[in-house]
Ligand binder design. Structure first.
Ligand code: C2G
Length: 186
């Protein structure tokens, strides 16, 4: 009978002394200890992560931020530069009226949305009392408290809470009041 042409390559029995050149499995004793390398990587990675978290400095600042302007932005930019995470506590409409006799042009929700849109800002929460600073700094694990220097000395009591207190120079010639006055003159 005609020999069937079989194209399946035959695996010829190799002489037992033949050395596999390519896909020889690494010998367990000689292979670099993969487990060791993985553990080493995880150790270094976690160390780096922990270091990152440990140094994660959190900054907080308070304000009305009505008619958001470049003076506010300068303050927020410098506040963020003092750490890694910036919390901005925006005064509620009630707090502004009752405590600061300020009638805002924008509502709290509008002012909150504007401040949240600023690249330096990580979180916006409401300011409803003067006293909340003392608890906020613990609740949000704050390292540094920042205000413009029109408030210089007013919040030094926060040092007793273990918080660094920083007053930054105000940006000259601009304020919400100034904007309103200038617009009224037009
Ligand atoms: N700011 C500034 N330069 C300006 C205007 C304002 O640096 N030209 C700063 C202020 O010093 C403050 C922040 O921007 O740190 C917000 O300013 P306001 O909205 O006027 O806040 P304020 O009415 O001072 O409320 O509990 C603290 C109060 O909520 C602060």
């Amino acid at each position: 009978p005609k020999k069937r042409l079989d194209h399946t390559p035959r695996l010829r029995a190799l002489p037992h002394h033949h050395k596999f050149k390519t896909n020889r499995a690494p010998h367990p004793q000689k292979a670099p200890n993969v487990t060791f390398i993985i553990n080493l990587f995880l150790l270094l990675y976690n160390k780096h992560e922990k270091k990152g978290l440990k140094q994660m400095k959190r900054v907080i600042t308070y304000g009305t931020f009505d008619l958001l302007h470049y003076g506010h932005i300068n303050l927020l930019k410098r506040a963020k530069a003092l750490g890694d995470y910036l919390i901005v506590v925006v005064s509620s409409d009630e707090f502004n009226w009752n405590e600061k006799q300020k009638k805002c042009y924008f509502t709290y929700e509008q002012r909150k949305a504007l401040v949240e849109a600023v690249r330096y800002v990580d979180l916006v929460i409401p300011e409803t009392s003067w006293e909340q600073k003392r608890t906020d700094v613990h609740e949000y694990h704050v390292d540094t408290f920042v205000m413009g220097d029109d408030w210089k000395g007013k919040f030094d009591f926060l040092k007793e809470e273990g918080v660094e207190v920083v007053y930054l120079p105000r940006t000259p010639e601009i304020s919400t009041t100034q904007i309103k006055n200038d617009l009224n003159k037009k």
